[in-house]
Ligand binder design. Structure first.
Ligand code: ADP
Length: 592
């Protein structure tokens, strides 16, 4: 299943279900139709038949045997009616499963193909999260809402036809009262939905505060700073506002729904009263009277309670579909989901020629005429104050943004000419906010060379080597199952690591990688300058003769680099060895 680029409407909930599971969707619609028609067409008529047969036996002395057929019919209808609901539930479960297997992967696939700028932009990221959170739930709820709406319409129409066939003018009365009821329920549904969106804003805030209060990420700082009480207070305030908002909405909905349901019940009584005279003058049988009256009360209940919630859900689905339409429109990047090449190309030279770049959502050039050349087998360091554009250079190098001016040449060929898979295999990157994967340590490391892992497999020995090189020997001996120990606490036998140990795991990923250019983008920023220098020194030693790029905002950490490039004002402001730059340090201090 793929998500086509077009404008999706609420009705697409049914279309998408059909694409995922055609047979079950058709069955579901058919059964819902039968379920809708039964209370009036079958139940009312068979009740009428049964009551009329019974009274004929009692009054006119017809043989007792005449009751069997109407009784059997009534029981059969009741049996089918009560079981059909359960069958619909089963089919729903099946549709749900198919959507999980087909729609969810389609949404995930689209997400992986997206242009990186959408991931970094907070607005489009919100849209992406809204759409991807639970697409299956949104579709199944939309589908169910349409079915309920259809059932109400079918039920009411069937009832109207039945009444019209008996006493035509009674139908006009029902119609006159039903139309305002429909309108009221629709309004209630819409209002409810709008109010729900307002409440959602508060819910998001309380959810966030809740995470800060009890989540694992903030546990250390929570204990150290002791801000628990203050945040708890804030959470309570937000929760109260959200709760009051919700209460108002619920009370209003309750009043409108309950009010309309009571009015509909009054109408039902009115209809019952209206039908008494045809019964007395003999134009309607007592059985038919009972059948119709019980069907009218059933319908009153359905309109009162289900109508507004089904309309509310249809409105919700409409909103979701608007989001989905915008999501599928988001531009994709060629090769975003591609695996790195099986074999990396060899690296000779990298050259930035007068490169200018601004972020799509930004309004200034972050790189503004940047030029430099890097050569094979040397160790480089990019230094400069935070926010100067050092990470931006790596984003251009790895092809995440391709809308730059000037030229970036790799081995003399423009970077944009290389497929994404080649760039992915050429650079290995350890980011400042590297990810912590709660999977076994060995898998954590082998992610550093997905291509090899996928095509040939990485031996245990290679993994061990990478771990040892990254300084993880002590860590491995501390873990219960060595390399096979699941990290993090989400598994029973999992073990958590310290911040520094996680850093080393991220660096081990870089060691296992066969990428000819290794970049460390301040994965050590959280460490003190001495520890940072230590890690860089170890890395330097282990990557002798390889091309490496260190990024740091501290000049001191990069003393071992063959050459240091100082980034400032969107350019390379200065270039030289540590010694050379230190000599000029008095004049150049403002660069760090
Ligand atoms: P450094 O690595 O030197 O600390 P960065 O390259 O991360 O700096 O950022 C350089 C500038 O670009 C900063 O001012 C930052 O705010 C801005 N920036 C980074 N990412 C984005 C983005 N996705 N959209 C807009 N501006 C961005």
């Amino acid at each position: 299943m793929t998500l086509k680029q077009r404008s999706y409407k609420a009705f697409d909930a049914i279309r998408l279900s059909f694409q995922a599971s055609p047979l079950c969707t058709v069955l579901r619609i058919l059964l819902s139709f039968i379920y809708a028609i039964m209370p009036t067409a079958a139940l009312a008529v068979s009740t009428a038949d049964f009551v009329d047969a019974a009274s004929a036996i009692l009054k006119n002395g017809r043989p007792y045997g005449d009751i069997f057929l109407p009784l059997a019919l009534l029981l059969a209808v009741l049996g089918i009616y009560t079981n059909i609901g359960a069958i619909i539930e089963l089919i729903n479960a099946r549709i749900n499963l198919s959507l999980q297997q087909k729609l969810k992967p389609a949404v995930v696939e689209k997400q992986t193909l997206l242009d990186f700028k959408h991931i970094e932009n907070s607005d489009s990221w919100e849209l992406i999260s809204r759409v991807s959170r639970d697409p299956v739930k949104a579709i199944t709820e939309g589908f169910a809402a349409f079915m309920t709406f259809m059932q109400i319409i079918v039920n009411v129409s069937a009832l109207l036809i039945l009444i019209a066939a008996q006493v035509w003018w009674a139908m006009l009365i029902v119609l006159a009262f039903s139309i305002p009821m429909f309108w009221l329920s629709m309004r209630a549904g819409r209002k409810n939905y709008q109010a729900g969106r307002d409440v959602e804003k508060f819910n998001r805030r309380t959810e966030y505060l809740n995470e800060v209060l009890i989540g694992r990420d903030a546990v250390d700082e929570r204990t150290l700073f002791g801000y628990g009480e203050a945040i708890s207070q804030l959470w309570q305030e937000q929760y109260k506002i959200g709760w009051m908002h919700q209460l108002k909405v619920t009370a209003k909905t309750f009043l409108v729904t309950k009010g309309s349901s009571m009015m509909i019940s009054l109408i039902a009584i009115l209809i019952a009263l209206t039908l008494i005279s045809p019964v007395i003058n003999g134009s309607m049988s007592v059985g038919m009277f009972m059948g119709i009256v019980s069907a009218v009360f059933g319908m009153a209940n359905q309109i009162g309670w289900q109508m507004s919630s089904s309309l509310e859900n249809i409105s919700k689905t409409t909103e979701y579909m608007k989001d989905l339409s915008a999501f599928v429109e988001l531009s994709q990047a060629d090769g975003a989901a591609a695996l790195p090449d099986k074999e990396p190309i060899s690296f000779e030279k990298l050259e930035f020629r007068n490169v200018r770049f601004q972020y799509p959502s930004g309004n200034r050039y972050i790189l503004d005429g940047m030029s430099f050349t890097l050569e094979k087998g040397r160790h480089y360091a990019f230094v400069g104050k935070n926010g100067m554009g050092k990470t931006t250079i790596t984003k251009l190098l790895t092809g995440l943004y391709t809308e730059y001016e000037g030229e970036i040449l790799i081995n003399g060929t423009e970077l944009r000419q290389y497929p994404a898979s080649t760039l992915k295999a050429l650079f290995s990157l350890v980011y400042q906010d590297f990810a912590k994967y709660y999977i076994p340590l060995s898998d954590n490391i082998s992610l550093g060379d997905v291509a090899k892992q996928t095509f040939g497999g990485i031996s245990k020995r290679e993994l061990e080597n990478a771990a040892v090189q990254a300084g993880l020997s002590n860590t491995i001996s501390m873990l219960k199952n060595g390399l096979d120990t699941p990290l993090g606490k989400i598994k029973e036998n999992g073990q958590d690591l310290s911040g520094g140990q996680w850093q080393r795991v991220a660096i081990a990923r870089s060691f296992i990688s066969r990428a000819p250019v290794k970049i460390l983008d301040e994965p050590t920023a959280a460490l003190d300058p001495i520890s940072e220098s230590q890690i860089y020194e170890e890395f330097e030693k282990l990557t002798r003769n390889k091309t490496t790029i260190f990024i740091s905002h501290r000049l001191g950490s990069t003393k071992l680099a063959d050459e240091i490039l100082v980034v400032g004002n969107g350019k390379i402001a200065e270039r030289g060895t540590h010694e050379e730059l230190m000599k000029a340090g008095g004049r150049r201090r403002d660069w760090f």
